[in-house]
Design a protein around this ligand. Structure first.
Ligand code: SF4
Length: 367
């Protein structure tokens, strides 16, 4: 990744610090940009009379805003970089700073994948509401997570990660010129921009969309998008200019692992229910609901509140398994790091017989 091709838009922040005459501000940057943090601190201190303290704890999203603890230090403003505002209040004045990347990959490489995925969507649309078994549906790529939900259209849903969203309507035009009917989905309150996706929220999906293209890099968002929507997904990477697709085999492997975890907690009696303390991850009501559910089934649930979740912080508790209500991706992406089964709320409900695996996997979304 060429960090020099990122534009860190600090001008607004510098203006705000000057106009309010702030003396101490906290800078919060995502993990991938921490290498540049000292440079940014210099730029802010050189352009204002404020001092900058870096909030150096890990930060993976706008769910993870610096909150009250920095107030005790005398911080007057938090500058949060590289994520957009979500529907939470951290209790601290916060300025969100856009980071954009200037890479503009050619769409030529991704077109054959998109054409193939459009055919799959058309075939699925033509099937109408014929009931298929899970196996038949999966074989035809009806829905990669086993759901048989009817489609109403075959539009291409165009989404991206935040540093590429300034290009989304430019790419919509390119793809329309190439013959695709394109929708840039608009999600719920947790999402700020059209076409935006988060690792825990793909709420812009609708049944007019038959397949997706993701403008961005890595497989974090693509895995979540397919687990949530079950639809074919092509990826175009602005950092490498390469096109690829999220394979059905990859999703199937993840589902097999999830099912294995559900089976492994069938006889578990004691659970620790993890509650995230980060402002945008806290799902207290869900955790309490799960505790009640466990009680109903004659099992015990202990509530554990944590700011960060990691194996070294929980593995030693004498429980049989963990249920995670903090960032949903902890259970999906990191389960192998834990010594005991770590499942999502949906997976716990399946193990208790409250929900069915056969009707399709339900991605754990934070609305
Ligand atoms: S909860 Fe997890 S996936 Fe959602 S924004 Fe926060 S870190 Fe990202």
């Amino acid at each position: 990744m060429d960090l020099n091709r990122h534009d860190f838009q600090l001008e607004e922040l510098i203006k705000r610090i000057k106009s309010h005459d702030h003396r101490l501000i906290a800078l919060q940057v995502p993990e991938g940009l921490k290498m540049q943090a000292l440079e940014m601190m210099d730029e802010i201190e050189d352009g204002t009379s404020a001092k900058v303290v870096l909030a150096a704890d890990p930060c993976y999203g706008a769910c993870d805003l610096v909150h009250d603890k920095m107030k005790m230090m005398g911080v007057e403003l938090v500058a949060h970089m590289g994520h957009s505002q979500m529907n939470i209040d951290s209790g601290m004045p916060t300025q969100f700073i856009d980071v954009t990347y200037d890479g503009r990959p050619e769409i030529t490489a991704v077109l054959p994948i998109l054409e193939q995925h459009r055919s799959i969507a058309k075939e699925r649309l033509d099937e109408g509401e014929i009931a298929l078994s899970t196996e038949e549906a999966q074989e035809r790529f009806q829905d990669a997570v086993g759901r048989i939900s009817p489609l109403k259209g075959t539009k291409l849903g165009l989404v991206g990660s935040i540093q590429h969203l300034h290009l989304i309507f430019e790419y919509k035009k390119y793809l329309e010129d190439a013959g695709f009917e394109v929708e840039v989905p608009v999600g719920g309150a947790r999402l700020t921009f059209p076409g935006q996706v988060l690792g825990c929220n793909y709420s812009g999906d609708d049944d007019e969309i038959g397949h997706y293209m993701f403008l961005g890099s890595g497989d974090f968002h693509p895995i979540g998008l397919v687990l949530h929507t079950g639809k074919p997904l092509a990826m175009l990477d602005p950092y490498t200019d390469e096109a690829s697709e999220m394979s059905f085999e990859r999703i199937e492997r993840i589902l097999r692992q999830r099912f294995g975890l559900i089976m492994s907690i069938q006889d578990a009696d004691t659970f620790a229910i993890l509650i995230g303390e980060k402002p945008g991850q806290m799902r207290r009501s869900l955790a309490l609901k799960l505790k009640r559910l466990l009680k109903k089934h004659g099992k015990k649930g202990y509530l554990l509140a944590l700011e960060h979740v990691g194996p070294e912080l929980i593995d030693f508790y004498p429980v049989d398994a963990f249920v995670n209500t903090a960032c949903p991706r902890i259970a999906i992406d990191d389960a192998v790091k834990y010594g005991k089964p770590l499942v999502t709320p949906f997976e716990l409900e399946v193990s208790l017989g409250e929900k069915k695996w056969e009707t399709g996997y339900q991605f754990d979304e934070i609305p």
